[in-house]
Design a binder for this molecule. Structure first.
Ligand code: NAP
Length: 268
């Protein structure tokens, strides 16, 4: 029995380390029951035992490789069938950085499965229930790399740009339903992901651009409480983001017309 049964159950993917483990800690402290998903079941069980003991909430562990269709289907079934679920945190992800011409295409295909297909499927599984119950939330962990058009970042940044676009459209489709959508764009955050990315070791990054994981998640949850859709934890002035949206919207009247632009010189 949870401390505050009304908060319901949060399912967090990638809860065995890093950002997902801190979300688990903070959401348990708030009184959510939890379902923790990842491949490293021992780490999940250890965290589950600690959080249940410390917070008096129910914590279940669900081992799944979210690049595996059958495993993903198990998680989808839970999200579809468990009417206590009020929050999905799509956090599991990998970051493969490096020049595309030399990249391991199988690893990139798995990254697309994990970073794009899995959150898409899990969101599709949970959303009808949340809408029917008229409450709940979906939090997608994207990245500021979605905004960084630079060498080495073809696929990872692309997967996170997908999640940003997906979340922005989903928020429009769910407006007024009681279902909240948030997409979080962390900058460099001190987790294990850097050691596996093929990019620079986190110790070699300028310290002023690296955020501690606790701070990153606490800021994102504060933004969640404020109902913010797009959260960039380190961005000092939210108006800077709004200027980007305004510039994008200013393109809209000319994105699709019946004549090509004069500079191409092909209009009779
Ligand atoms: P992390 O410590 O490496 O955590 C990644 C999590 O994803 C782990 O729990 C891992 O668990 C899980 N995962 C990886 N492959 C999986 C698979 N095939 N199936 C299921 N779960 C899988 O790194 P993190 O930084 O916390 O990453 C969390 C999210 O934050 C990612 O989406 C990442 O892109 C995003 N992000 C991170 C940063 C940063 O600088 N750290 C910045 C921006 C965005 P198992 O290995 O146990 O499966």
């Amino acid at each position: 029995m949870s401390k505050q049964a009304s908060l319901g159950t949060a399912l967090i993917t990638g809860a065995s380390s890093g950002i997902g483990a801190v979300y688990a800690d903070r959401l348990a402290a708030r009184g959510y029951d939890l379902i923790l998903v990842a491949r490293r079941v021992d780490a999940l069980k250890k965290l589950a035992d600690e959080l249940a003991a410390r917070n008096g909430v129910g914590v279940q562990v669900l081992q799944a490789d979210l690049t595996d269709a059958q495993d993903t289907a198990k998680v989808e079934a839970v999200l579809r069938d468990n009417a206590h679920i009020t929050l999905l945190v799509n956090n599991a992800g990998t970051a493969t950085l490096g020049a595309f011409a030399q990249a391991d295409i199988a690893a990139l295909a798995r990254e697309i499965e994990l970073n794009i297909t899995a959150p898409t499927r899990l969101t599709r599984a949970v959303l009808p229930g949340l809408l029917a119950r008229g409450k709940g939330a979906i939090v997608n962990i994207a990245s500021v790399m979605s905004l960084m058009v630079q060498p080495g970042n073809t696929v990872y940044g692309g997967t996170k740009a997908y999640l940003l676009h997906f979340s922005q459209v989903l928020a429009q489709e769910t407006a007024g339903t009681g279902v909240q959508v948030q997409v979080v764009l962390p900058g460099a955050t001190r987790t294990e992901i850097w050691g596996k990315s093929g990019g620079p070791a986190i110790e070699h990054l300028p310290p002023e651009i690296v955020m501690e994981t606790d701070d990153m998640v606490d800021a994102s949850l504060a933004a969640f409480d404020q109902g913010e859709l797009v959260t960039i934890p380190s961005l000092p002035d939210a108006a800077d983001w709004q200027r980007l949206i305004d510039a994008r919207n200013a393109l809209l009247p000319n994105l699709s017309r019946n004549k090509s632009a004069a500079r191409y010189g092909v209009n009779g």
